[in-house]
Design a protein around this ligand. Structure first.
Ligand code: COA
Length: 158
């Protein structure tokens, strides 16, 4: 069985991420979205809340699982017997950022490959931190994030 994982901080999940999940789900027999804690980033939503929002935002994608893992991505892959990591690329800068992680995961994991999908240009300018910034200044993020996320963001800033 061909299994893949979409890994990320997803703080919060955006429409760009959901687009990647929908496309990646067609490539694998089983696709898992897994929330990891990036030690360089301070969390805005708790990991539990991110998982809840991801589940709600991906309800329409058949067979997709959402979970969280505290540890190395390579260890999660081993534990779940997953051999493919899916990452979205918005720009050349993303590729530069992704290259060392791809090499590391390949080295740490046994036969692990990273599959890069080009982000839909409609969402190429979106990032989770940009969404948080917009909302902090009272802007409306609808259309950039799934409706459940827009609602959760509004609840945080009320
Ligand atoms: N659409 C919109 N935004 C996108 C996107 C897309 N298609 N693809 C990426 N992004 C954005 C994200 O929103 C995020 O924005 P932000 O920086 O404002 O938060 C950014 O691009 C990339 O973040 P993310 O995908 O969450 O990755 P990350 O770099 O924060 O973390 C982990 C990646 C969590 C998977 C990585 O840190 C990890 O594996 N951690 C576990 C520990 C480990 O194994 N470390 C060694 C890894 S080599």
């Amino acid at each position: 069985m061909r299994r893949g994982v979409c890994s990320g901080s997803f703080d919060p999940v955006t429409c760009g991420h959901v687009d990647i999940f929908e496309r990646a789900a067609r490539l694998f027999d089983e696709l898992t979205v897994c929330v990891f804690h990036n030690r360089q980033k301070e969390g805005f939503f708790s990991v539990e809340e991110r998982v809840r929002l991801l589940r709600e935002a991906t309800r329409h994608i058949d067979g997709l699982k959402v979970t969280a893992f505290s540890g190395l991505l390579a260890d999660f892959l081993r534990q779940e017997d997953i051999h493919f990591i899916v990452r979205g690329l918005r720009s050349v800068a993303d590729l530069e950022y992704e290259t060392p992680a791809e090499r590391l995961n390949h080295q740490l994991g046994n036969q692990v490959e990273t599959v890069f999908l080009l982000t839909n240009p409609r969402y190429g300018h979106i990032s989770s931190s940009a969404i948080r910034e917009l909302v902090a200044f009272g802007a409306d993020a609808s259309g950039l994030v799934p409706p459940c996320v827009a609602e959760a963001l509004a609840g945080k800033t009320r």
